[in-house]
Write a protein that binds this ligand. Structure first.
Ligand code: GLA
Length: 773
């Protein structure tokens, strides 16, 4: 045979994703469809995350998905939960992924495995272990030798658990995902190929491997021998989403590997919801066209303990609940969305087939109000300090989570001296001789405060820094905690002085640390601060449960911190909301006495709680004016572009007619393509003359108006998520203005805009002016 022909046949047979189908597994990638045992098979997957569900409830949640009409469970693996320290692996209890997959199999469900190593998922650091950061120059999610070596160790340990559960070996795992949405991180086919090769080696040649990305970027890292699937949310124009894929691979089975049922919540932002009708319409459209899907999330569950991540650009930490406005609520109950979806799925069953009944629900109930009886104030804990000349981040001391206190002695400083904490990750309280002089919140990029009165030489500076979740999205995942660089004092007219000679006190987030603390009675003699709050500290209490039922413990009188019940880490609390209760599952409660510990780094107004039968996830309590960005006046801005845009649903670039330097960019929308009142932008990039884009990590935005209650705030125009948008308020007329603070000055020469993803790109801007300052 001619050599070229031979090579061609080799590629066709062995490398094409459409032949990767293993006759042995029964699950195959056929022409235009997946097949199971020779028959077309539409994957109807429910995304569930085993560490987010109490283990005793795994079966009930899986059965809820089955009763909904799903035939597959799709799951990530969470590397940092499985490998808490290098080469220390944990596949037990909540982490027993094999047991979870076997439960799926017992229920007759298939499984899609998404082993990362990076998973995003609103999970601490996107699933990567914090200890990778101990090597300062590590390049995460790249072909960095140490990173790949560590990924290799974890992937081997994982495969040792699951190797024999793939479909070709008679198990339920039909597909395995390579990396996760790499296109949102960069372009690096060699790295993605290295992850693929590990999975091939570990799981063998017969399992179907796939990649998932967005419609706008899947080609950037698409490997020829992998199946390509796309991610998009409810409301998206499904035909338009798949169009680019169909063009390059007309024979590919179509699959939306993450169809977002709802969305996640961030501290200090409105509770997110998505209409059920948009979700069911999308599912119905996919079913009618035999398009496979995974509904992300079908049941979100809970970010127990310190596992919630944070979004970027900027710093937007995720709340504890991962309810996600999903069809199955955080506590495993069917919602109105569930029943609507069940009806939709039932409508596409073959004649005569019926959905199984719902499993029993776990009852929910109340816990009578109770008061905490003991406390250990943070100021008096007996820690042993570490000594360092310069500031070091938390990781340097071998601590991954919790809080840290940095203390030093100050030189004489006049009132008005500016203290710069560069940078506080993520929330700092600053004290001089025990008096609080201010707080720094990373969400608002706060790094400086002024010394209010003259400071005598020898005064003590204490900076308490609490770590919230590590960023799980974009380049900012390399997210150190504590103070990352240094602390400086700047006297008017003088160069900055770096403060040195630090005593460092570690407050790790673990039960031993809390339990070994010396508690004192919490009585009326305990002093309150000027704002009426009790001291920051660890609070201990007992509450009585008569008959164990799921409950939601209230924390609306508390400050900010972490909660444990009977040794189980329930998660983070923060008075700003929107979440004000913590899901407390019956399976972790005792009938009789239950112990509760709360670390509160601000201090409660009342050290009380009670269990309620329904969660409070939408009570936002922003009180500080600087939590809302103000819109600057546009008088001093200079016009750089004025003109029309094209009517289209994709990206378009507007070159500035007079490029220039600036830190603020104002977009004045003058009219919409659809002739309506509303302006909307899904994503924006701004570029510099070399064709580089301005980094979006430190952007902040304000707008003339935003649609309230629909999660369409200004920063949604650059949150790296094409499925979310800034949208003006429905009752406000054109013109609409969006002003972006880029965080620093840049040379600016063009703007790239993406309208909304829904059919017809609603509220896309037709005419606009762009100005800079
Ligand atoms: C992306 C990621 C998921 C998750 C969703 C948003 O699709 O792949 O892990 O972060 O966004 O919930």
């Amino acid at each position: 045979m001619h050599n070229t022909l031979r090579l061609f046949l080799f590629i066709l047979v062995f490398l094409s994703p459409f032949s990767r189908a293993s006759a042995k597994s029964g699950f195959e990638v056929g022409k235009g469809a997946f097949t199971l045992d020779g028959e077309p098979f539409t994957v109807k997957a429910a995304e569930l995350h085993y560490p987010r569900i109490p283990r005793p409830y795994w079966k009930q949640r899986i059965e809820m998905c089955k009763a909904l009409g799903m035939n597959t469970i799709c799951l990530y693996t969470f590397w940092n939960a499985h490998e808490p320290a290098p080469d220390v692996f944990d596949f037990s209890g909540q982490n027993d992924i094999r047991a979870f997959i076997e439960l799926c199999q017992e229920e007759g469900l298939k499984v899609i495995l998404r082993p990362g190593p990076y998973v995003c998922a609103e999970w601490e650091m996107g699933g990567l272990p914090w200890w990778l950061l101990r090597k300062d120059d590590i390049r995460l999610r790249e072909d960095d030798p140490l990173f790949l070596e560590r990924v290799g160790h974890f992937q081997e340990a994982l495969a040792a658990q699951l190797q024999d559960l793939t479909a070709d070996k008679g198990g339920p795992i039909i597909m395995i995902q390579v990396e996760n949405e790499y296109g949102s991180y960069g372009k690096n086919k060699p790295y993605v190929a290295a992850i693929r090769d590990m999975l091939r080696k570990n799981f063998g040649p017969d399992v179907v491997l796939f990649q998932c990305d967005w419609s706008s970027n899947f080609l950037d890292n698409g490997l020829d021998d992998l199946v390509w699937t796309l991610n998009f949310g409810t409301g998206a124009d499904i035909q338009a989403q798949f169009q680019p894929l169909v063009e390059v691979r007309p024979d590919s089975p179509l699959m939306c590997s993450e169809f977002w049922s709802g969305w996640f919540d961030k501290w200090g932002a409105e509770h997110e919801t998505r209409p059920a009708a948009d979700m069911t319409a999308g599912i119905a459209e996919m079913l009618s066209r035999e398009i496979s899907f995974s509904l992300y999330m079908t049941h979100g569950g809970t970010n127990w303990g310190h596992w919630a991540g944070a979004n970027s650009p900027g710093y937007a930490p995720d709340v504890t609940s991962y309810d996600y406005d999903a069809p199955i609520s955080e506590s495993g109950r069917p919602t109105a969305k569930y029943f609507a979806l069940r009806d939709t799925l039932a409508g596409y069953l073959p004649a005569g087939e019926k959905l199984p009944p719902l499993p029993d629900l776990i009852p929910s109930g109340e816990v009578r109000p109770f008061a905490f009886k003991e406390y250990a104030p943070l100021g008096q804990l007996h820690y042993k300090p570490k000594r360092e000349v310069f500031i070091r981040p938390m990781e340097y001391f071998g601590q991954g989570f919790g809080s840290i206190i940095y203390s030093t002695t100050l030189p004489q400083l006049p009132a008005g001296t500016v203290l710069t904490v560069d940078e506080p990750h993520d929330f700092a309280r600053v004290f001089i001789d025990g008096d609080e002089i201010g707080r720094l919140d990373r969400r608002m990029a706060q790094t400086t405060l002024s010394v209010p009165a003259d400071v005598a030489a020898g005064s003590r500076l204490d900076i308490l820094v609490e770590a919230t979740g590590r960023i799980n999205f974009g380049r900012a995942i390399k997210d150190y905690k504590g103070i990352t660089t240094g602390v400086y004092a700047t006297l008017p007219g003088l160069p900055s002085l770096e403060l040195t000679g630090w005593d460092v006190y570690l407050l790790p987030d673990n039960l031993e640390f809390y339990e070994t603390t010396a508690f004192a009675p919490l009585d009326s003699a305990v002093q309150r601060s000027s704002d009426g709050r009790l001291p920051a500290g660890i609070y201990r209490g007992t509450f009585v449960v008569e008959k164990a039922a799921d409950t939601f413990l209230r924390f609306d009188t508390w400050g900010k911190g972490l909660v444990y019940v009977n040794g189980h880490p329930l998660g983070r609390i923060w008075h700003i909301g929107p979440q004000q209760t913590l899901y407390t599952p019956a399976c972790w409660l005792n009938e009789g006495d239950n112990e509760i510990l709360v670390l509160d780094i601000i201090g409660p107004s009342e050290a009380l709680s009670e269990g309620v039968a329904e969660p409070i996830l939408d009570d936002l309590r922003l009180s500080l004016p600087d939590e809302q960005a103000e819109m600057p006046a546009l008088d001093s801005f200079r016009r750089v572009f004025e003109g029309p845009t094209q009517a289209c649903s994709g990206w378009q670039t507007l070159e500035f007619t007079s490029p220039g330097r600036g830190r603020y960019v104002a977009i004045e929308a003058l009219e919409a393509h659809d002739g309506g009142n509303i302006a909307s932008i899904a994503e924006i990039y701004i570029s510099t003359p070399g064709g580089l884009t301005v980094p979006r990590e430190n952007w902040r935005a304000s707008a003339s108006s935003s649609e309230v209650g629909r999660n369409r705030t200004p920063e949604k125009a650059f949150d790296l998520q094409e499925s979310t948008s800034w949208t003006s308020a429905p009752d406000a007329a054109y013109p609409h203005t969006l002003v972006i603070d880029l965080g620093a000055e840049y040379d600016l020469n063009a703007l790239r805009l993406l309208p909304r993803m829904e059919p017809g790109a609603p509220a896309a801007i037709r005419n606009l002016k762009v100005s800079i300052r």
